[in-house]
Design a protein around this ligand. Structure first.
Ligand code: FAD
Ligand code: SF4
Length: 324
């Protein structure tokens, strides 16, 4: 047993003060507690944020949806406005974990969950993310489920969140508080490139507490979809996933949003494919060519080249499905 202090905070300022000097925020605990049991995370202090007044979803007069950080994954997926305007987000959340886990897991915790690379959780193996400079066991080891886009020689782990993939497609923004004041980061910049610092997983300042996630009202997308390919029909992380939205007028693409999961250290916004498709004909051939263009940047490891084909096929198939 490793001892740790526990503080249950009732207000945001109290949580920030309790975390000063180093602590981990505890939300649903569905990821953090597992990692503590494995000795991967060894916080001396936990600040429980579940009872902060950050739970719930509200709409602003401008039509944005503001999601509190301690809103559970279940409540997010079931919210009528999320289901109506951002169906890919609701589908993404429901494609993750299990009902019991989604009842506990929170929006903030889901964004901050750590990678599922098996070596990261195995203290007997080298892992640059867990122990910077120790090496990466995945490169010469089991990496069939690792990154094929934007990976670095120092780490090829993927980000496990389904929710974050849909949030990336909708251009969400993450709001946070620190002892120095509030801030916000677009999801597109929330997860920095891996480079030679795989241990640095988000752009949040030290000690920052995520308070809200904002979905822009302009992204009203009744036609969006989330599709997840995985090794089991349920209760498994994405091999490759896609959140996509397509707006077609008179046979031409007037709006397109594509984000991929399971292929990179962060949700991968498929900007190359989007630019290729915009204002062009909405045909199966163009969808396939856009997917080819996006995946031309892929650099798989020897054991995961299948993901490139899978991602390509998934982009083309889901766009065709939305286009009808
Ligand atoms: C068996 C299993 C299967 C799963 N399958 C999937 C899946 O298919 N898809 C998927 O997306 N997820 C999946 N998950 C992950 C699950 O969704 C995450 O564990 C969960 O979302 C984490 O949320 P939490 O509130 O429990 O976070 P916690 O475990 O409490 O915290 C996780 C991390 O977030 C930090 N944190 C929490 N809240 C905040 C905040 N407000 N501000 C700053 N930092 C914060 C914590 O300090 C910690 O580092 C699975 C988990 C399990 C155990
Ligand atoms: S891929 Fe990343 S998380 Fe996995 S062993 Fe290598 S450095 Fe660690």
């Amino acid at each position: 047993m490793r001892e740790f202090a526990y503080h249950r905070a009732g207000e945001v300022a109290e949580a920030l003060a309790a975390a000063a000097g180093g602590a981990r925020y505890l939300a649903g605990g569905t990821n953090l507690v597992d990692l503590m049991k494995h000795g991967v995370e060894t916080p001396a202090r936990l600040v429980d944020v579940r009872f902060l007044p950050l739970r719930g979803i509200r709409e602003t007069p401008g039509g944005d949806l503001v999601i509190g950080a301690t809103t559970t994954n279940s409540d997010l997926a079931a919210h009528p406005e999320v289901r109506r305007r951002y169906p890919a987000l609701s589908q993404a959340v429901l494609a993750g974990a299990s009902g019991q886990l989604r009842n506990m897991a929170t929006v903030g915790g889901n964004l901050m969950q750590r990678t599922r690379c098996a070596y990261f959780a195995d203290l007997s193996e080298p892992c640059n993310k867990r122990v910077p400079g120790s090496g990466c066991a995945a490169v010469a080891g089991a990496h069939h489920n690792h990154a094929v886009l934007g990976r670095s020689p120092h780490c090829a782990a993927t980000h496990a969140s389904d929710m974050a993939v849909a949030l990336a497609a909708f251009d969400a923004t993450v709001r946070f508080e620190t002892a120095e004041g509030a801030g916000e980061i677009p999801l597109a910049r929330f997860y920095p490139p891996v480079g030679d610092t795989p241990e640095r997983e988000t752009a949040l300042p030290p000690g920052a507490l995520i308070t809200e996630v904002v979905l822009p009202g302009a992204a009203i997308s009744p036609g969006s979809r989330y599709r997840k390919v995985r090794e089991r029909a349920s209760y498994a992380f994405a091999t490759v996933s896609i959140a996509a939205h397509l707006e077609v007028q008179r046979g031409s693409v007037r709006g397109v949003r594509i984000a991929l999961g399971g292929v990179a250290s962060h949700p991968w916004r498929a900007r190359t494919a989007e630019v290729f498709l915009l204002d062009g004909p909405a045909t199966a051939g163009r969808f396939r060519a856009a997917a080819e263009a996006e995946l031309s940047a892929a650099a798989p490891l020897p054991g995961n080249a299948y993901k490139v084909t899978l991602a390509r096929n998934l982009i083309a198939a889901v766009l065709e499905e939305i286009a009808g």
